[in-house]
Write a protein that binds this ligand. Sequence first.
Ligand code: TYD
Length: 206
Amino acid sequence: MKGIFITMEGPDGSGKTTQIDLLGRYLESRGYEIIVTREPGGNKISEAIREIILNKEYTEMGYMTEALLYASARAQLVSEVIAPALEAGKAVISDRFIDSSAVYQGIARGLGVENIYRINEYATQGITPDITILLDLPAKVGIGRKKEQKELDRMEMEKLDFHEKVADGYRQLASLAPDRIHVVDATFPIEEVHAQIIGELKDILI
Ligand code: TYD
């Protein structure tokens, strides 16, 4: 793979979308050709799978079904968008990737991180991020921001306890892979968070 694969992770309401916009513009100003994508979604089929996963009416959805649907949305995104872009030497920024499944399904849902990595290794053809930025903030703050912005989806409607497991799960994951996962404090103002992210990326950018 010739390109750079950057993933942005964090609890709901951590500000990933805003930071991805800023990062994308920064990378373009440095001459990178960029592709921005989001999970679940990023192409026609994965967006259709997203509709199923996040539909508030599907309260009976099993955790394994949920994990496999995220993995299938990811499989399509990798083969249709991410792998070709990396082959073409582009910088790919993904709003969430495997770590979201490891944390939300593996830790918060209790399916086990190893099981999640196993199904996802198959789904992603072994493609892993070069660097992951974790936007860290207390679960309560994140979900509070979401409530102000929009109607909550099926995952966001989970109890605070679930979102706390997510926030802690991310920290656990980061401590296990400190070389790849770089933690940024997302409670700071937008421009300061952006500056922290650029600082974390300096070793990987040319
Ligand atoms: P996201 O698109 O970040 O939410 P929004 O655009 O509404 O802010 O993510 C959708 C939800 O899916 C979010 O609650 C996290 C969850 N999720 C998982 O549980 N597992 C996964 O593998 C992914 C990619 C997302």
